[in-house]
Every structure is written in structure tokens, then in C-alpha cells.
Design a binder for this molecule. Structure first.
Ligand code: UDP
Length: 403
């Protein structure tokens, strides 16, 4: 059977999917999988494992110390987690990866596509590759990133991770799909009987709201456990807004946690607190808590309003005092429903099928769909009027064909 233009890979029988040679590009700061903190690295780890299981030939370009069933290449000697965001290391990592991708092409082993999770440099330089680049948007569209994507977004196939994020794409920026972040639900312990504490976990950035979690837990009269790294630039916030409240009893700070300890913290908590004040593009901590059967009480900012279903797997609350009130009703939420709400939407298999559909469309439209430049700097055909019209379309969901 010849697949019709209206079929996506998801609808194709497994036997008809072509195995692809995929270069996955992770950020250079933290190994894959992450030993502790590292949302993007956790996503990349799972996706690589699933793609390999489905028969794709995957090469993962990632920080030293990474391991995967994919072939792993680490272009840099060190991980530089203390200099997260440094343009020196990011451009070094991306430049060396792109050189390796060019080399593979010259040696007759070309990649079919690059899937980038590494950040901005890879997008800005994507048009220098002769291979199409799929870029997962791990950051929100905000005043800082909008001009960047307006200038460089057309060089890659942009994939969003939540509906809210995509609604805020700047005019003229085309996003080819929406694929949420994955979790392998069976890897997370499910627990119905909970201990008497609330959990907040994340990087110590004011937008993530550890200080608001403290206020809410105090008002509720329930013990709060905080966990997460204090990253460069977050020291003053931690010192001034968090440290004074730590008493080893009602408010406890564990630092960065990993392994089974992290999973048990999620599983045993009475509720997970998510008092964010920023356009969170996804938020892995919420799906991790839910996978363990732990309800999430969230400020319904951005993706939190999608992941948390008010009254079903947690509550949407307006502020700290409403959060404290919701703690009192937490027993009305069914832990099994929490886990199911994640398994049915974000399980790694569902997510990988979403990406396979994006890859398929990317490869089928690589020549005509996106303006890019051949290796010698010659413009490649910009395609017909129909493909140009598609490029202007603000958002194409993964379920719509792009034949
Ligand atoms: N995390 C961890 N140990 C910590 C704090 C966080 O392993 O001490 C993990 C957390 O479980 C999640 C990731 O780091 O998998 C954070 O990802 P998220 O999407 O929630 O936040 P962001 O990427 O915005 O920092």
C-alpha cells in the first residue's frame, strides 16, 4: 500500500515506517540521563531510548558522562554545569557537532535529520547544514526569545511542547508540531498512602516560587520539603528568600536530589506545590509527581493549566492562600486518576510517535518546505506556492498532514 498524503507516520503500520539516521543534539551542561536536576536531559534520554527501540539509528551528541542505547558522542571534554548558558561552551558544542554531521555526509553516512534540544546556537546556525533540523522549543516565547525566533526560526522545524507556548509564537514564526515532553510512567513508583508533607522541587529561580511554596505550606500548617539546585545567579534569592525560613522541621531543604530518593520524595508527598509565576513551557516536575499518584496544586500559568486538570489530578489556585486552602481538600483527588492523566497523554510511546510523525513530514518537505542553503552557500529551491503558504500558517498540529 502506498501511504496517502493524509496519513502520518502514527497511522502507518510499523512495517511501513522507514528507519532513520537521526542526530540528537542535547545541551552541553549535564550528562544524559541527568544524575539529578535536568529536565531537558531526561526528555532526551527517554526519546533516544524509544527511537532506538523502534529501529532508528540514533547518534546522541551530549555532555561527557552521557550514556544511552543510542551511539553517544561528546564533542567537549567537560560538562561545564557550573557555567550553564555560557556562549563559549554552547557554540563550541554545537559547532563541533555540526562539523561531525558534515563529516558523516562527506563520508557517505549522511544523517536524515538533526533533532536539536540544545538551545539557541543550533537554531541560529541550522541553515549551514545540508540536513534538516527539528528544534524542540524548551523555552517560552517571551520578550527575550521572540525576536530571536522571528529572525532565525525559519532555519529549523520548530516543535512546541504545550498549547500555551504555541499560542504565543510571534507572527511569522511557523511551528510545525506540538509534542509534549515524555515520561515512562512505569519507571515511577505509584503510592496511594501518603506521608504528611508537601513537596516543592526545582531550580532555585524566583519564577519557580519556592518562597511562595513556603508561605502556602505555613498557611496550611503542613510540613514542606524543598529540593533542587542553587544554580549560578540564584545564590542571593536563596540566601534572602529561602534560607531564613529553613528550620529543619516545618521547612526543610534537601539540596539537589536524584535517583530513587527523588522518586520516593514525589511518591510519598501529600501534594506537589507549583506556585510558578512565569510562562512555564512544560514542567517535568508536575508529570513526575502525577505519575507517582501525587496531586499537583498549581498556579495555572501556561502549561501548568494544561497538565493539571482542576479537581481531577490536582487544583488550580490563584495565590498562596488559595493554595493553602486546596491542601485541605487534597484527599478528594484520586491518586490513580493522577497517574492515568499522565499515562494517557505523556507516556514516552505516545510522544515518540508524535516525533516520528514530525520527522516524516520534515523529510518529505525538506527540499521545498523551508528556505535553507546548500553547503556551498547556494540557495536551495524555496518550493511552490502551496508550501510557501504552509510556511506562513502560524501553527500546524502534528495531526495535520503537510504533504
Ligand atoms: N530535578 C532533580 N533533582 C532536583 C531538582 C530537580 O532531579 O533536585 C529534576 C526534576 O525531577 C525534573 C527536572 O529536574 O525532571 C526539572 O525539569 P522541569 O521541567 O520541572 O524544570 P526546568 O527544566 O524548567 O528547570
Amino acid at each position: 500500500m502506498t501511504p496517502s498524503a493524509h496519513q502520518t507516520l502514527t497511522t502507518l503500520p510499523r512495517a511501513e515506517r522507514r528507519a532513520l539516521r537521526i542526530a540528537v543534539l542535547a545541551p552541553p551542561w549535564i550528562p544524559v540521563p541527568p544524575p539529578a536536576y535536568g529536565g531537558i536531559e531526561a526528555v532526551v534520554a527517554l526519546l533516544c531510548e524509544e527511537l532506538v527501540m523502534r529501529g532508528h539509528e540514533v547518534t546522541l551528541f551530549a555532555a561527557p558522562g552521557s550514556h544511552s542505547s543510542a551511539r553517544v558522542c561528546s564533542p567537549l571534554e567537560d560538562a561545564h554545569s557550573e557555567e550553564i548558558g555560557s556562549s563559549l561552551y554552547e557554540s563550541d558544542h554545537v559547532g563541533a557537532t555540526y562539523d561531525a554531521i558534515d563529516r558523516a555526509g562527506r563520508e557517505g553516512r549522511p544523517f536524515d535529520l538533526v533533532h536539536d534540544h540544545s538551545g539557541f546556537t543550533a537554531v541560529a546556525m541550522a541553515s549551514r547544514l545540508s540536513v534538516p533540523v527539528v528544534h524542540t522549543l524548551h523555552a517560552p516565547f517571551d520578550d527575550e526569545t521572540r525576536p530571536f525566533y522571528a529572525r532565525h526560526g525559519h532555519k529549523a522545524r520548530l516543535v512546541g511542547i504545550s498549547a500555551f507556548q504555541l499560542e504565543h509564537a510571534p507572527p511569522g514564526v511557523t511551528v510545525v508540531g506540538s509534542v509534549p515532553n515524555p515520561i515512562r510512567v512505569v519507571d515511577w513508583p505509584f503510592q496511594v498512602e501518603k506521608d504528611d508533607y508537601l513537596l516543592w522541587m526545582g531550580r532555585m529561580d524566583p519564577t519557580k516560587g519556592a518562597h511562595r511554596a513556603i508561605a502556602a505550606a505555613r498557611a496550611a500548617g503542613v510540613r514542606l520539603v524543598l529540593a533542587g539546585p542553587v544554580q549560578p545567579g540564584q545564590e542571593a534569592y536563596f540566601r534572602e528568600e529561602i534560607e531564613p525560613h529553613l528550620d529543619g522541621q516545618s521547612v526543610v531543604f534537601l539540596g539537589e536530589v536524584g535517583g530513587m530518593h527523588r522518586k520516593e520524595l514525589f511518591a510519598r508527598a501529600k501534594a506537589f506545590l507549583m506556585p510558578i509565576r512565569w510562562p512555564e513551557p512544560f514542567g517535568m516536575v508536575m508529570v513526575e509527581a502525577l505519575a507517582c499518584g501525587t496531586p499537583v496544586i498549581a498556579f495555572p500559568e501556561a502549561a501548568a493549566a494544561e497538565i493539571v486538570i482542576d479537581g481531577e489530578n490536582g487544583f488550580h489556585v490563584a495565590d498562596e492562600s488559595a493554595m493553602a486552602e486546596a491542601v485541605g481538600c487534597i484527599d478528594t483527588v484520586d491518586p490513580a486518576r493522577c497517574r492515568e492523566s499522565v499515562a494517557s497523554r505523556y507516556d514516552a510511546k505516545i510522544v515518540t510517535e508524535g516525533y516520528e510523525a514530525v520527522y516524516d513530514r520534515t523529510i518529505r518537505t525538506a527540499v521545498s518546505g523551508i528556505p535553507r542553503f546548500a553547503q556551498r552557500g547556494q540557495p536551495v529551491s524555496r518550493g511552490d506556492a502551496a508550501s510557501q503558504a504552509r510556511r506562513r500558517s502560524p501553527l500546524v498540529s502534528t495531526l495535520q498532514p503537510m504533504a
